[in-house]
Design a protein around this ligand. Structure first.
Ligand code: 5GP
Ligand code: ZN
Length: 111
């Protein structure tokens, strides 16, 4: 999709620190990390958010990528996965992505 920053990262047109990649998904470190580990997992195909017609196999590939990120980053103590969905949830990049956060105690509160 034109003018989508995450499509450009998926296409290799914008640099990113890639943690994991396969045919369907790519995981890269967030530009503005909110925790010692803050990696984004995105589908290579453009979907605006998690309820924008994402095929089941793409969702499965994303969960697999999250498992790989946790392994590669050594998140043995635990981590959090967040998918901001829509403006009210604070989604700023409208290409579906899951945040993987960890590397420090995150507390019990979700928000
Ligand atoms: P959202 O608020 O939409 O859930 O999260 C978007 C995330 O994308 C933010 O955490 C932001 O720091 C990150 N981000 C925005 N632009 C870029 C970029 O060009 N490169 C990388 N690596 N992360 C980005
Ligand atoms: Zn996109």
């Amino acid at each position: 999709m034109d003018d989508c920053i995450f499509c450009k990262i998926a296409a290799g047109e914008i640099p990113a620190t890639v943690v994991y990649e396969d045919d369907a998904v790519i995981a890269f470190d967030d530009l503005n990390p909110q925790a010692p580990v803050h990696t984004l997992v995105i589908p290579k195909a453009h979907h605006a958010h998690i309820v924008d017609g994402v095929p089941a196999e793409t969702l499965a590939a994303m969960v697999h990528a999250i498992q790989e990120v946790a392994r590669i980053k050594g998140l043995d103590e635990g981590f959090r996965v967040i998918a901001n969905t829509g403006e009210a949830a604070g989604q700023t990049v409208h290409h579906f992505h899951m945040h993987v956060l960890g590397g420090k105690p995150l507390g019990e509160n979700l928000v």
